[in-house]
Design a protein around this ligand. Structure first.
Ligand code: SAM
Length: 303
């Protein structure tokens, strides 16, 4: 099946691209319970439960054993990915950055669980159906943000800088930006525009973290689609009707890392293999194409 994506499509956390945020939170809930405990996201499980996709709730709560459905690599991958961005933000705030923008925040709970220095402002940007749901669900859980959290409900293919400014964003201040698990859900030109805009809005000393995926070699994308289809099929058998291969944009695009370097960012990158080894976790399973070439990149503008 081809992509079902189109300009201006919308979603909530139970449908389409939004459900990928719920799946990511379910992976964090599983990862938070699994040894060694590299991460502890206490909000992941209740947020997944609040969304109400039965299979993801059963996985997040542990009622359904994840072993068959979510491989070890995916759970360890969620651990190192969460730690990468947590460590990025903590280092940025230690360096004095007090303005944070989490692009495509999904069910990320960093604004409620990281020890932000007082005075830190954290903007969370995602589609209205996503960001508004999370605000309500966490308030219902009695959770309090650990920073001055500002929800920005906007599509990242639209004029999101205007929405960010309206929420109080100050482009004169250095900013720590993250785009976690986002870029593959944007069309190639929207990815470039997003990275251009991030750069344009970045005062000296700003930092960025995201994922950079190498362009596919012949046959790679067919194998990735087949792997996504197998996962979707297993999930459908368990009652969660999803077709993950149709949610992503495939094909050539600029690689985020080199593209950002060309815009003046000084980046370092770590592969999933590097991060697993750094945390003493076993190596990636060879056939996990979706993670094999992925680089987590972060760095500073200029320098
Ligand atoms: N960063 C979160 C995490 O790692 O848990 C969520 C990642 S989830 C795989 C992808 C997220 O990107 C979803 O929350 C989705 O709503 C958001 N997203 C994708 N395209 C978007 C767009 N055009 N505008 C706003 N948000 C978008």
């Amino acid at each position: 099946m081809g992509s079902t994506r189109h300009d201006g499509d919308t979603w909530d956390l139970a449908s389409g691209v939004g459900a990928t945020a719920t799946a990511a939170a379910a992976a964090r809930a599983i990862a938070s319970r699994s040894e060694p405990r590299l991460i502890d996201d206490p909000f992941a499980e209740p947020l997944v439960r609040a969304v109400g996709i039965d299979l993801l709730t059963r996985l997040a709560t542990g009622e359904t054993d994840p072993d068959e459905l979510v491989g070890r690599t995916a759970v360890d991958g969620a651990k190192v990915r969460t730690r990468f961005y947590d460590d990025f933000f903590l280092a940025a705030t230690r360096a004095g950055v007090a303005q944070v923008v989490i692009l495509a925040s999904g069910l990320d709970s960093r604004a409620y669980r990281l020890p932000w220095p007082s005075g830190t402002v954290v903007y969370e940007v995602d589609q209205p159906g996503v960001v508004e749901f999370k605000t309500r669900a966490l308030a219902d859980l009695g959770a309090e943000p650990t920073a001055d959290r500002r929800a920005v409900a906007v599509d990242l293919r639209d004029d999101w800088p205007a929405a960010l400014r309206a929420a109080g964003f100050d482009r004169a201040l250095p900013t720590a930006w993250s785009a976690e698990g986002l870029l593959g859900y944007l069309p190639p030109e929207a990815q470039d525009r997003l990275l251009d805009t991030v750069t344009d809005l970045s005062a000296p000393g700003s930092r960025v973290a995201t994922e950079s995926r190498p362009n596919p070699r012949p046959g790679d994308e067919d194998r990735t689609r087949a792997s996504l289809d197998r996962t979707s099929e297993r999930w459908r058998e368990q009652g969660f009707d999803t077709d993950m291969a149709t949610l992503r944009y495939f094909g050539e695009r600029n690689e985020a890392g080199p593209y950002l370097s060309g815009l003046g960012w000084t980046l370092t990158g770590s592969s999933v293999r590097d991060l697993l080894a750094a945390h003493g976790l076993p190596p990636i399973e060879d056939d996990d194409l979706r993670m094999a070439g992925l680089l987590y990149v972060s760095g500073v503008l200029g320098e």
